[in-house]
Design a binder for this molecule. Structure first.
Ligand SMILES: [Mg+2]
Length: 234
């Protein structure tokens, strides 16, 4: 599907390299346990609500409707069912820190990551991720793979988030390769695969949950293990 031989391979971070869902769940359970006396629902219902609130408020942040800190406070207040007057910023921040500590402690790489990165030696590798600069870079360093990537591009630093073509253009430029010689793989069909395709890269959708088949002009894989052969075949 690429226009020229692939020189650079970009990876999304959360849900692609890192098991973000498992860490989110562990983080939520840690926070729920700490504040059990203030929450009435079952763990399962609260975790589900946290996941929905995370999606909702993080998307608002990516659209520029709130700040990184603002979306965190919004998620916490949503979980507790409290207004800003009832749950002041400092208290919301304390609860979020409990979540964040548990999240970070439970963050792991998917099992297909290391072998894939090894098999792609010789290609320039990079990361394109939506989120806050400090936390995304800390996560990458924490799981011990940061030095494998020649470029790490975070939406917070670029000023636009995937699927905006601007972030893909910035990444290709950082890597010194034209978009037609770059591939981007990620678990979000719209933000990652379609966004990359529309920016002139080879867009690959990592469909770990078998939701396929995906639209035209996008390559679908079920595991990162399929990537090295794909890149070499071009
Ligand atoms: Mg992702």
């Amino acid at each position: 599907m690429p226009g020229s031989p692939i020189q650079a391979v970009f990876f999304d971070l959360d849900g692609t390299l890192l098991d973000h869902d498992a860490a989110t769940r562990a983080g939520a359970l840690g926070m729920i346990s700490r504040y059990r006396d203030r929450l009435t629902d079952s763990d399962e219902r609260l975790v589900r609500r946290w996941e929905e609130l995370t999606e909702l408020h993080f998307d608002r942040y990516l659209r520029g409707e709130t700040t990184l800190v603002g979306q965190r406070r919004g998620r916490v207040r949503g979980l507790f069912g409290l207004t800003p007057g009832e749950l002041p910023d400092a208290e919301a921040d304390r609860a979020y820190a409990v979540y964040s500590d548990h999240y970070d402690l439970n963050l792991t790489l998917f099992t297909d990551v290391i072998d894939t990165l090894e098999a792609l030696r010789g290609f320039r590798l990079g990361v394109i991720t939506n989120g806050g600069s400090v936390h995304q870079r800390k996560k990458l360093a924490g799981i011990g793979v940061a030095d494998r990537f020649a470029a790490v591009v975070v939406s917070d630093e670029v000023g636009v988030a995937k699927p905006d073509p601007g972030i893909f253009a910035a990444a290709c430029q950082a890597m010194g390769a034209p978009p037609s010689a770059c591939l981007h793989v990620g678990d979000r069909l719209e933000a990652d695969a379609i966004g990359a395709r529309d920016a002139g890269l080879w867009g690959v959708w990592l469909d770990r949950h078998d939701a396929g088949p995906g639209p035209a002009g996008v390559t679908r894989i079920a595991s990162l293990s399929e990537l090295p052969a794909l890149v070499r075949k071009g």
